[in-house]
Design a binder for this molecule. Structure first.
Ligand SMILES: [Zn+2]
Length: 220
């Protein structure tokens, strides 16, 4: 990728960090062409295992002749649609992280655990120059990561789908009033998703558990 684009991407994320009053670091696990940008939201109990909200900055190739808009222009049409390579995979998620932090900070909320927002390169072709090497580093070990969220599938309505692994197949169950046969999953959700996140207050979460038991969880 053009170094100019990479630098612009890093600078954009640095500006976001500054506007959120979050410290930011740029790590180069392999080379200067593949930076990992890490924003840190310090928790009130920073000795607890942290949470990573991960997304990637690279995109799959473009065949420009098949596009109705220039793929890197981020054109916005009259219907509010954004035309940009990577807008769905996965800038929509990476920017939601930033939006969620901004909204929560505005309420005065501080997480118990430290949260890291990581923006990694090279994901579309295996992460060999990004996350794969970063997880081997002392830097990563010091992050003391207990849990991470990553890419899923975008939604056209107010449901938010969560999967484990690479969008693994799931079955669906209904939970009401916290009654569940997936107690581990419920524990994980309650532990890691603060009830203060208002965007979750009126939506259903489609979730899958870490073992085998995907469920549909209604929150009110
Ligand atoms: Zn992706």
């Amino acid at each position: 990728m053009c170094l100019l684009f990479i630098a612009a991407c890093v600078e954009f994320l640095k500006r976001q960090a500054a506007s959120l009053d979050l410290p930011v670091e740029v790590i180069y696990p392999v080379n200067q062409q593949n930076p990992v940008v890490v924003l840190k939201w310090q928790g009130s109990q920073p000795d607890l295992p942290s949470i990573i909200l991960n997304s990637h900055t690279d995109v799959v190739p473009v065949f420009e002749e098949k596009w109705t808009h220039s793929p890197f222009s981020a054109d916005l049409d009259a219907e509010g649609r954004i035309f940009a390579r990577g807008s769905q995979d996965m800038k929509c998620v990476g920017t939601q992280y930033l939006g969620a932090v901004r909204a929560l900070k505005a309420t005065g909320y501080q997480p118990k655990r430290t949260i890291y927002l990581t923006y990694v390169p090279d994901e579309e072709v295996g992460g060999h120059l990004g996350m794969r090497e970063m997880v081997k580093s002392d830097y990563f070990k010091k992050l003391n990561v207990g849990f991470s969220f990553d890419e899923g599938i975008s939604s056209e309505d107010d449901t938010y789908a969560l999967y484990y692994a690479e969008r693994t197949l799931w079955r669906k169950y209904t939970l009401e009033n916290g009654i569940t046969d997936c107690s581990n999953l419920q524990f994980i959700l309650l532990l890691y998703i603060p009830p203060q996140i208002s965007v979750l207050s009126s939506v259903e979460l489609l979730v899958t558990d870490l073992c085998c038991c995907p469920i549909r969880l209604a929150r009110s």
